[in-house]
Design a protein around this ligand. Structure first.
Ligand code: UDP
Ligand code: MG
Length: 316
């Protein structure tokens, strides 16, 4: 529902930017076109978050802000990551509705009017962008991503949809729910389904980035997925304990067998090779289990430090 008060911001566009000097002018053009198609008297705002960019992103932002009074920006003191940038945007947004989208035009702004209509009409609380396919992505990456989604859905209570992106448009209630989560290790792909509400999906083509390059390496993605699993599930701990019990039972059986062999056949001790294999197997499993434990301990450690999510150097 559009508010009657005309000074009220109608829609806030939250845009995290890391080294996006080349994409930003294109993005601003496209997004402005989309906003001009909205049927509202109320103003919209842009909230750009410069996530400690090392290129000329800030100069471009200052330039754009000088031409367009709808633009506000927040600049971080260093790179804090997309999650921190999104959070800063959500905390700053004043709109009745809020959209989060990437600066590289991989999340097509022309879909905004349609998504807004679904949320404003009350049909849903959140309109989510969903990539139709993983075209243009290395096959191994697609394969691992699919396995990750399958695993997440198995071991967590939340339903994660393959292809669902951070491209979202939602109402005030939904935004407040997102910012009410106080955890440091934010994992939006899990937080969106966790807060619940009604989500309607809008499919879009997976297009190549318009300019600049992606800042996600394979290793970064891998660590991000471990983060996601440990943020939303404690099942790995249960799996580790279960393996421990299983090994203990196996050990009991083998001990029984060895004793029986000694008594019945009087076999001399033999087979140091098999002993070494067993020791290696067990110590490997132990390290694996300790590693899992460590992941959760590390999470608790970061949370208890209560450090700020980001530090701001400049705002407009
Ligand atoms: N981004 C950010 N901080 C980072 C990395 C990325 O704010 O540390 C922004 C980036 O500018 C872009 C969005 O997050 O607007 C998505 O990043 P990217 O396009 O690199 O990821 P991909 O589309 O390849 O998943
Ligand atoms: Mg991108």
């Amino acid at each position: 529902m559009a508010s009657e008060n005309t000074s009220q911001i109608y829609l806030s566009l939250v845009v995290p930017c890391y080294n996006e000097e080349a994409s930003l002018p294109l993005f601003h053009d496209e997004a402005s076109k989309a906003l001009s198609r909205l049927k509202t008297e109320n103003p919209c705002e842009f909230i750009f978050i410069d996530d400690g960019s090392k290129d000329g992103t800030m100069d471009v932002l200052r330039g754009l802000a000088a031409q367009d009074s709808r633009i506000r920006y927040i600049s971080f003191s260093r790179n804090f990551g997309k999650e921190a940038a999104m959070l800063a945007g959500l905390q700053t947004a004043k709109g009745e509705y809020t959209a989060v989208l990437d600066a590289d035009l991989q999340n097509p702004p022309e879909r905004i009017p349609q998504m807004l209509e679904a949320v404003a009409s009350g049909e849903c609380d959140c309109a989510g962008g969903r990539r139709k396919d993983r075209k243009g992505e290395p096959p191994i990456r697609s394969f691992l991503a699919r396995r990750f989604y399958a695993l997440m859905n198995k071991i967590t209570d939340i339903e994660m949809i393959d292809g669902a992106s951070d491209f979202r448009l939602f109402n005030r209630k939904y935004r407040e729910a997102l910012t009410s989560l106080a955890e440091r290790g934010r994992f939006s792909k899990g937080i969106f389904p966790w807060v619940g509400f009604k989500t309607k999906w809008f499919e879009y083509e997976n297009i190549e980035r318009k300019a600049g390059r992606t800042s996600w390496s394979f290793w970064k993605l891998f660590l991000y997925s471990i983060d996601g699993i440990t943020a939303f599930s404690t099942k790995p701990l249960a799996i580790a304990s279960f393996m421990g019990v299983l090994l203990f039972l196996a050990a009991l059986a083998v001990i029984g067998l060895i004793v029986a062999r000694r008594i019945v056949w009087g076999d001399p001790v033999a087979g140091w090779a098999s002993t070494v294999c067993i020791i290696l197997f067990c110590s490997g499993l132990q390290l694996f289990a300790t590693g899992i434990l460590g992941q959760y301990l590390a999470k608790t450690y970061t949370e208890t430090k209560q450090r700020p999510y980001y530090i701001v150097r400049e705002v407009k």
